[in-house]
Design a protein around this ligand. Structure first.
Ligand code: TPP
Length: 364
């Protein structure tokens, strides 16, 4: 299905505006929505937030559309149950079906891939798995509209990988003077002590850490977007004599920005939080994140991190790493990078249980 007629069909059925958090399944749709008039499309920092925003539009009489990856459906369940279903506020949910049973996909989608339909049924949210073509869409939209009008509650479209035809990708604005993330990750892995713990977030920082460094104490948290700083805090508190490096992405940090307050409150003295800020959700197709308007160092400072540093070149990063022992911690390092990762960056072959076992035996 092309994104443009899809959007027109939804709008013609009175569904708008659009809001959500990217999934690569929606890349053509979100690219197309990038040209939507002001106020008709909102990129959000979490799926729960998108549901709140949808609630506001529904109160104003609109029929909002919320797109999300099924991995993010969990974030949406809280407002879905105690906002949309409680107050009877309609919305059309577009939920990607990663990890569809029987199809090959990344391991983090396995559980939600098989649970999704049962969860929707449990929550009494009716849904359609969208079949290809305009007729199927028109029929599903008629059902969705009828349901929203009759009950005032949400209806979901479950959307398979490949549903949207690839469209023309607007060239990402390249900040050529900036380096890519991998240059920094390689520097860090080369300079870290053998006993240090290096943690990589969902998105490309984790994949690059896993794929291109051989540091024994590395761990790629492939799902649970935004939860890595908290996981790092747990490890830092449990292994106070080792340094813990958290390699975060701007999208992931914005999704759970509250973790800055948690780290700032508990002040682990062996914690280094490195944010690779490319101002994009790069690993889901390069959609813009909301990072460009956020001063992360100021937020970290306000949340209680005693030291924050801004870095824009590998040389500055190297200098900083060589004086790490003298810096008060938790230390926050904001690294402004440009999008880009080696062509064909593979997904790790190790299953998640293997990554767990490797880290646990390293820590033992
Ligand atoms: C809760 C949740 N919502 C959405 C996703 C889909 N997703 C995977 S990676 C990613 C982008 C992460 O962006 P960022 O942290 O900036 O890292 P980058 O992709 O730029 O490396 C998204 C949206 C997800 N995995 N989990």
């Amino acid at each position: 299905m092309d994104a443009a007629p899809f959007i027109h069909a939804l709008q013609a059925a009175s569904f708008s505006p659009f809001m959500g958090v990217p999934c690569s399944v929606f890349t053509p749709l979100i690219d197309r929505l990038g040209a939507a008039p002001e106020g008709e499309h909102f990129i959000c920092t979490s799926e729960g937030e998108a549901m709140g925003l949808a609630g506001g539009f529904a109160l104003a009489g609109r029929l909002p559309v919320v797109y999300m990856q099924n991995d993010g459906f969990g974030n949406a369940v809280n407002p879905l149950t105690s906002l949309q279903l409680l107050y009877r506020l309609p919305a059309l949910l577009l939920i990607s079906w990663r990890g569809e049973p029987g199809l090959k996909d990344a391991p983090q989608h396995r559980v939600m891939g098989s649970a999704l339909r049962g969860l929707l049924e449990q929550l009494q949210v009716p849904y359609r798995v969208l079949e290809d073509g305009r007729a199927a869409l028109a029929e599903a939209l008629a059902k969705a509209r009828e349901h929203c009008r009759a009950t005032g509650t949400p209806f979901a479209f479950v959307i398979r990988r490949g549903y949207f035809a690839a469209g023309e990708k607007a060239g990402a604005a390249h900040a050529e003077e900036l380096c890519q993330r991998l240059a920094y990750i390689e520097l860090l892995a080369g300079m870290a002590a053998p006993e240090d713990i290096l943690l990589g977030a969902t998105g490309f920082s984790g994949r690059e850490l896993q794929q291109y460094t051989g540091h024994r104490g590395r761990f790629y948290m492939m799902g649970s977007m935004g939860c890595l700083p908290a996981l790092g805090l747990g490890l830092a508190r449990s292994r106070p004599r080792r340094s813990v490096f958290v390699l975060d992405g701007d999208g992931a940090l914005l999704m759970k920005l509250g973790s800055l307050a948690t780290i700032g409150h508990y002040r682990p003295t062996n914690f280094v939080h490195i944010l690779f800020d490319n101002q994009a959700y790069e690993s889901t197709g390069g959609q813009p994140s909301l990072a460009s308007g956020t001063d992360f160092c100021a937020v970290a400072r306000a949340c209680g991190y005693p030291t924050q540093e801004k870095v824009t070149t590998p040389a500055e990063f190297q200098d900083l790493l060589s004086t790490l022992a003298d810096r008060a911690k938790p230390l926050f390092i904001h690294v402004r990078v440009r999008c880009g990762t080696p062509a064909g960056l593979p997904r790790p072959e190790q299953p998640p249980e293997q990554m767990r076992d490797d880290l646990m035996s390293f820590l033992a």
